[in-house]
Design a protein around this ligand. Structure first.
Ligand SMILES: Cc1cc2nc3c(=O)[nH]c(=O)nc-3n(C[C@H](O)[C@H](O)[C@H](O)COP(=O)(O)OP(=O)(O)OC[C@H]3O[C@@H](n4cnc5c(N)ncnc54)[C@H](O)[C@@H]3O)c2cc1C
Ligand code: SF4
Length: 324
């Protein structure tokens, strides 16, 4: 690992102007659970890391009339133990609670979780210069691709590793971003990008932009949510396949349903065809399986990951039926 400096500015403005001046040389760090791994593995070689934790007041969960605001430096552990989150957004609680280990949840932040880099083993190998790292090939395409994407691939087949992302997507979260040019807010659905847009990154953030806050609207009457995650190992692991389901549930009828998958695409992946097929209907295992099968016609599995289709069919109906 190469030596690097640590910068500890005291305001967001200082951070964004430093990042803007030292583009691609200075990297932002929150809990460091992903960034330090990338530095140790020599995937990135920063001149300095800019410590976001030196900024006061970026860790909070504030309930307001129209929703809840979550500061970027709120840890995953704080999110998981918050009782209001557990009651009003159970899917978010379940997702946070299932991330990694207690030690990691104590360090990992909400902002860092959404901005973490992919886990593709070719990407994490410093000897390999794949397309995401400026090379000309995606080695996963014809190589070892058991954990890779079955939707939205093409130039690069990473899956987005965040467990918070699919559920925040389903909950219609909005994010607030600061940069040297000012502040802006966008729906989380516009935050993540597919490789066909830009292969080298997973979201729209520019090097001088900082994710400051996530806002989730207040749940509507009858709104329920859940998050199911399938892993290869029970102890801790990234999702092979996960699903966030949110719906307005009345008896066994679902309205305004969102079904968002994790672990299957370079960004959280909505099963819109399945959502449309179940809208306003009496929910049964049979209907959910049929609807999911229809949506899965768009999947493009690689040689080793066809199995994800079967996992998706099962996890979607189990998660959805748990809301009835
Ligand atoms: C062993 C292990 C198991 C894991 N298992 C899971 C799992 O099951 N589910 C899951 O979801 N994740 C898992 N993770 C990933 C983990 O959740 C992330 O590493 C963590 O959430 C990142 O948060 P952080 O605060 O440590 O970010 P950092 O490591 O500090 O940063 C990560 C990236 O995000 C950028 N960044 C951080 N904060 C911001 C911000 N506010 N604005 C803009 N950019 C920012 C950094 O520049 C960096 O590129 C695991 C990680 C490990 C090491
Ligand atoms: S999936 Fe993406 S990160 Fe992995 S080898 Fe292919 S281009 Fe690289």
């Amino acid at each position: 690992m190469k030596n690097f400096k640590i910068a500890q500015p005291k305001t967001i403005d200082q951070i964004t102007s430093l990042l803007s001046e030292k583009r691609d040389k200075y990297y932002l760090m929150a809990g460091g659970t992903d960034l330090l791994g990338e530095i140790k593995d020599e995937i990135i070689e920063p001149e300095a890391v800019v410590d976001l934790t030196s900024i006061p007041n970026l860790s909070y969960i504030k309930k307001e009339k129209d929703g809840v605001r979550i500061g970027a430096l709120t840890t995953v552990a704080e999110l998981a133990k918050n009782l209001m989150i557990k009651q009003e957004y159970p899917g978010l609680h379940e997702a946070a609670n299932g991330i990694a280990t207690p030690q990691l949840r104590n360090m990992a932040t909400v902002g860092g979780n959404l901005c973490q880099r992919p886990r593709c083993w070719y990407y994490r190998d410093p000897q390999v210069k794949c397309r995401k790292k400026g090379g000309s090939r995606c080695f996963a395409f014809r190589g070892k691709n058991k954990y890779h994407a079955i939707f939205g691939g093409g130039l690069c087949y990473i899956v987005h590793p965040s467990d918070l992302a699919p559920v925040l997507f389903a909950l219609d979260a909005e994010i607030f971003i600061s940069s040297s040019k000012g502040d802006k807010s966008i729906p989380l659905t516009d935050f993540f990008i597919l490789p066909k847009v830009t292969v080298s990154k997973e979201n729209i953030l520019e090097p001088d932009e900082v994710l400051k806050e996530v806002k989730i609207p207040a749940p509507k009457r009858g709104e329920k949510s859940t998050y199911y995650k399938l892993m290869e190992r029970g102890a801790w692991d990234f999702a092979l396949v996960s699903v966030a389901v949110k719906a307005n549930v009345s008896g066994d009828v679902f309205k305004d349903t969102k079904i968002v998958l994790g672990g299957v695409a370079p960004a959280p992946w909505r099963l819109k065809k399945a959502e449309n097929m179940i809208e306003g209907k009496k929910i049964t295992e049979n209907l959910l399986r049929q609807a999911t099968k229809e949506a899965l016609k768009d999947a493009r599995p690689l040689k080793e990951n066809e199995y994800k289709k079967e996992l998706i069919e099962t996890i979607v109906y189990r998660a959805a039926l748990s809301l009835v």
